[in-house]
Design a protein around this ligand. Structure first.
Ligand code: SAH
Length: 416
């Protein structure tokens, strides 16, 4: 365990003494009352004064009753992130400690699964909108999606540190926040909040498999922790199979397939460093005889082009996994995203043996499971494949869904 860096904590800004009081347009009140954690700038009808990021926002309804307390952020269109409804309570270290206790308690079942890489706090879904905490063995990654969290870190970090006793705490920021913080508090992306040099990358375990993650430079916070349960399902289908894992990143699905007894796994990604990472992850698990016996092939290529080439070459697989990056971050992009998912299903079926299995994932929060199901069935029909959806999965217990936008991950398991 290393202590939090006291100089750094001392440099953090403090919230103003004066709260920002706000009244919302009538339509927006119900939204908050029903539990939505975001208040957009356009929903604000009146406010006391312009506050600074991280000041306490106090929302009143039209009858002057307290609606909610939240964190104010003048730099974001999500102007207030709601922490507490109706009942006034101090937003202090004890408040955050209670939220952390609830989140940690919810993840307790994971500790029995030989897993020390998981999401400890999943933002709005754990009542802490804009704050993500991931654990990779003895390293914690705190990722901030709003500037409002900086003045609150003083109250969040000590209880977090006390409960999880990490060796390192790494600070990550969303792109929007990074652009604002560089000169604000002298805090850099990927910087340690604990004393002593950071040892990175770190090796952690997921369901007994070893993975390396780079919490400082890796995508997201270093690993796609949200796919753990889908990977475990793939493991159970992999015995004796030839597997194609498209958008493989560091080979999460590939390793599970190998441990499940796949004879061959192809990891396909357009990023060379991601595939080098996947190769290292295979190295880390050579003590498992099934992983050691599995032939692992790396394919560094655009997935769309690779599917067509493989199909033309007559290569076929028993199991095809497609887990692309989010195609639709905004509502306007949904149509195009669905077309891309459809194309991928079509291409995936082109290299899938008859009677094989297709695993199709989407992490676009704007694409519903119904949409994904429909494009999948449509493409199968167009390709004259008798596709049957056998399972639709959603979120694991460390990625709870607390509001509609929280349901971003969906995954179909189909035979075709
Ligand atoms: N399935 C992974 C996570 C995928 S993240 C896991 O379980 O960990 C998305 C990946 O898609 C990234 O590694 C990125 O490099 C890759 N990628 C993005 N566009 C691509 C493309 N057109 N072709 C191939 N790979 C692509």
């Amino acid at each position: 365990v290393s202590d939090l860096d006291p100089d750094l904590l001392a440099r953090l800004p403090r919230p103003a003494e004066r709260n920002v009081t706000l009244r919302l347009a009538r339509g927006a009140e119900g939204h908050v009352r029903r539990g939505h954690p975001w208040v957009f700038d356009r929903a604000i009808e009146h406010q006391s004064h312009e506050g600074a990021a991280g000041d306490l926002a106090v929302l009143f309804d039209h009858k002057r009753a307290l609606l909610a307390l939240g964190l104010y952020d003048p730099t974001s269109p999500i102007r207030v992130r709601v922490l507490q409804r109706k009942k006034p309570v101090p937003i202090d270290e004890a408040f955050f400690a209670r939220a952390l206790d609830a989140a940690i308690e919810q993840r307790a079942p994971l500790l029995g699964t030989d897993t020390d890489g998981y999401r400890v706090v999943h933002g709005e879904n754990d009542g802490l909108p804009g704050l993500v905490v991931d654990r990779y063995a003895d390293t914690l990654v705190v990722k901030l999606y709003s500037l409002a969290w900086f003045p609150r870190l003083r109250d969040v970090l000590p209880p977090l540190h006390a409960r999880l006793a990490p060796r390192h705490v790494v600070l990550r920021q969303s792109r929007a926040v990074q652009l604002l913080t560089a000169d604000l508090y002298g805090l850099e992306e990927g910087q340690a909040l604990t004393q002593g040099p950071l040892t990175t990358p770190v090796v952690f375990k997921e369901e007994g498999l070893r993975f390396e993650a780079d919490p400082v430079r890796g995508q997201k916070t270093g690993f796609f922790l949200d796919q753990r349960e889908n990977r475990a399902l793939v493991e159970r289908k992999a015995q004796g199979r030839r597997v194609l894992n498209a958008f493989a990143y560091s080979g999460g699905f590939s390793l599970y397939a190998a441990r499940g007894g796949a004879v061959e796994v192809v990891s396909l990604d357009s990023s060379g460093p991601a595939l080098a990472h996947a190769a290292r992850n295979f190295e880390l698990n050579q003590d498992d005889s099934r992983v050691a016996a599995c032939k692992h092939e790396l394919l560094c290529e655009d997935a769309f082009a690779a599917f067509e080439r493989l199909a033309a070459e007559g290569r076929r697989f028993d199991l095809v996994i497609i887990d692309p990056p989010a195609f639709a971050k905004r509502q306007e992009e949904v149509g195009r995203a669905l077309a891309s998912y459809g194309r991928l299903v079509r291409l995936g079926l082109g290299v899938l043996k008859v009677g094989g299995e297709l695993v199709m994932a989407s992490c676009s929060s704007r694409v519903s499971v119904e949409d994904l199901r429909e494009v999948t069935l449509q493409q199968a029909k167009a390709a004259r494949r008798a596709l049957r959806i056998e399972l639709e999965t959603a979120h694991a217990l460390d990625h709870p869904i607390g509001f509609s936008e929280g349901a971003y991950l969906k995954c179909l398991f189909a035979s075709a």
